[in-house]
Design a protein around this ligand. Sequence first.
Ligand code: RP5
Ligand code: MG
Ligand code: MG
Length: 279
Amino acid sequence: SAPHIKARCPKYPGSETQRFPVPDDKVDWNTDWPQYRPVSYTAPSVLIKPVWADQDIRSFSPRFNALDGNVDRRSHEGDYRVEQGMPLNPRGRTGLTGRGLLGRWGPNHAADPIVTRWKRDSAGQQVSHPVSKLPVLQFVSIKRRDCGEWAIPGGMVDPGELVSLTLQREFSEEALNSLAASPQDRERIHERITQLFNSPGLEVYKGYVDDPRNNDNSWMETVAVNFHDDTGNSVSELPLQAGDDAGQVHWIDLDSGLSLYASHSQFLEVVAKERHAHW
Ligand code: RP5
Ligand code: MG
Ligand code: MG
């Protein structure tokens, strides 16, 4: 796989901390680099010990590469290295150690629901792309409030939570604003989308995410699953409303020119190819 890029962004998100610059040819841990002096940084929001975060590495003994109580510290990428008690990013150096904005040492597990429909004109006919001549897919995208980038409405898997539940819950929270809905409306939302989310879905990616919050000792991993509303009469008709960590929500056309958060466009490319859609 190509060396991670966003995990080496010069300025660490939400801070003024600058990463130690890591050139492409020094990303691999197997490349000797005695001059490497990564910056240590853990965000104040993590240091105050919220429930979703681990303790300081010196004050507890996590079981890495294992299911540790109900915290899954296994990686989708296989066993990662642990050196001097510290887990090592499976994709290599990032110029920063600690946890940054991430709660868990090692892998931080997320799930990404990719909800799609065919683009249609006002007469309800599928729209094809003028150049590729292939039908155009649209997906539900949210604008992240932390960085302003458009993204899949994904989120963290709670300890012990089934990924299938995370997918539906995060979609409801971020794209349908279920957290702010009345109990009645929440029930209605739930009824409308349960059928789609109970369908098997198409798993398009499982593994490391090139996320700007990553660092040498903690990183994002995800399971991205595509739920497709082929006829356009299930979620396609639901009113989208941004909620929780999403500032806006829209149906966006799938296209190779999309510039999205982390490595999300890579997941959408798989969806487009699998469904023989324009990319
Ligand atoms: C990305 O961060 C994942 O792909 C997922 O979309 C997201 C989860 O983090 P939060 O949205 O909870 O910040 O790496
Ligand atoms: Mg969320
Ligand atoms: Mg999110």
